[in-house]
Ligand binder design. Structure first.
Ligand code: HEC
Length: 151
């Protein structure tokens, strides 16, 4: 009796976790056409990201060359960078958890993890703001990257 009850409980917990997880994944979609989201996002950007990625999303000087300490400068978030090469989910995960956690290996870098600074809505908003600044051609390619990727 107790055994079957605990098995039942475990299955129930797994089911709930799985459902939540699916929900979280399904809800990671940038809202770059929603003006109110973009407004919030531009403020989040100015306070949290502009100091490194640039007020105009231009990135740091010589962003493709390593700094003397071996780390990379912050890349631009405009069309000249490679932010748009990545899916919504990947960008969300990098911003929330940082690069090391997402690539799963030791990699010293200057990109902070925002897990304890921004909530999920703010992360979606800031990335939506970034996407809203891209030219239509880049937005379209990015939409295609999203539809191909579940990463
Ligand atoms: C302290 C400086 C700093 C701040 C502040 C910062 N970043 Fe970064 N970010 C970096 C650096 C440096 C990299 C590149 C790291 C590397 O590749 O070694 C990076 C990389 C990224 C990438 C990956 C880009 C790509 O094409 O691979 C994303 C996405 C990103 N940052 C988003 C953000 C967002 C959103 C914010 C604000 C919420 C932010 N960053 C704030 C320094 C910063």
């Amino acid at each position: 009796m107790w055994v079957s009850l605990s098995i039942f409980t475990i299955i129930l917990i797994l089911f709930i976790l799985f459902k939540d997880n699916n929900f979280a994944q399904a809800s990671i979609a940038l809202m770059h056409e929603d003006k109110s989201v973009i407004n919030v996002g531009s403020k989040v950007y100015a306070v949290n990201c502009a100091s490194c990625h640039g007020i105009k999303l231009e990135g740091q000087k010589d962003w493709m060359s390593r700094l003397p300490n071996g780390m990379m400068p912050a890349p631009p978030h405009d069309e000249t960078g490679h932010t748009w090469h990545h899916s919504d989910k990947y960008l969300f995960m990098i911003t929330k958890y940082g690069i090391e956690k997402i690539i799963g290996e030791k990699y010293l870098n200057n990109m902070p993890a925002y897990e304890e600074i921004l909530n999920d809505k703010e992360i979606i908003a800031v990335l939506s703001y970034i996407k809203s600044t891209w030219p239509p051609r880049i937005k379209k390619i990015h939409d295609q990257i999203n539809s191909r990727s579940n990463k």
